[in-house]
Design a protein around this ligand. Sequence first.
Ligand code: PEP
Ligand code: MG
Length: 328
Amino acid sequence: RQARYAALRDVEPFTKDGERINLMINAGLRDDVPLLNLTGADGIGLFRTEFQFLVSAALPQRDRQTRLYRDVLDTAGDKPVIFRTVDVGGDKSLPYLRAEGENGDENPAMGWRALRLALEREGLMKAQARSLLEASAGRTLNVMFPMVSEPWEFDAAKAVFDAQIAFLRGRRKVLPEQIRYGVMLEVPALAEMLDVLAPKLSFISIGTNDLTQFLFAADRSNPKLAERYDWLNPSILRFIRRVIRTLAGQQIDITVCGEMGGRPLEALALVGIGIRRLSITPASIGPHKAMFRKIDTRELTEQMELWLNEPVGDLRGALTEWADERDI
Ligand code: PEP
Ligand code: MG
């Protein structure tokens, strides 16, 4: 496996028409981070901090969190890392945090989880903010909040960071050189408010795993529905295309970080609607690099426009044929 990663490590994902596609990895454990250099990815577009919480028997203490984040940044070197604050609850329940709400949630995916939980468990959020700030002393901190549904939730989460910054400044501690804030776009309601929120953000990351389940009201962990909602569905692609259009002209990075972007045809479709940044499973980095070098984005964009404006019945079939004809 290592050899396969290494073979394409130094290949740069430039398309035939010279577009650079930014390919980053999703990670969550210390052991994932070396894959960054092994695959030659551009960074860690999604570091799921809850993994440390999920593999611990008790709430990880602040110094343990700080150590992990610092190690990750050290290993990543010059490459950016986007830390997502804890996304627990839903399909990721913690035995030691099973408090009010969660157990009683009949529908935990849309229940008391992620930022909703973190904002109420203020101690948890404060400790994580302090850890991230301390670990990023003198460097850039990229922090992202999960399951933001309304702009005020971003403001509330950022306020926790602002308070910790003030505290550290009071103690004359070294602060991050730069802090970039972002949100996951995975609750459809937020898409309607993006123009309002975007000026406060450096980036958004579209979480297609949750976005799909909420867009279609289809539980992501229910195997009976797994085959039913194809990611190559015009609703999802039109939705993402509209987000890109809403944000056109704003200084904001747009990444897709759900599993969708790791699949070849889905990645082609995403690039065809204007996505240039993908955060994906490390195993897909090499194959994606090789694939993108064979495409012309202008041709792909024109084709996707046609297919989305007057939706073809079988976009997967059409795109497969398109790719086959071009030996992609
Ligand atoms: C997503 O929802 O698409 C996502 C990337 O986050 P997670 O899978 O951790 O919920
Ligand atoms: Mg999610």
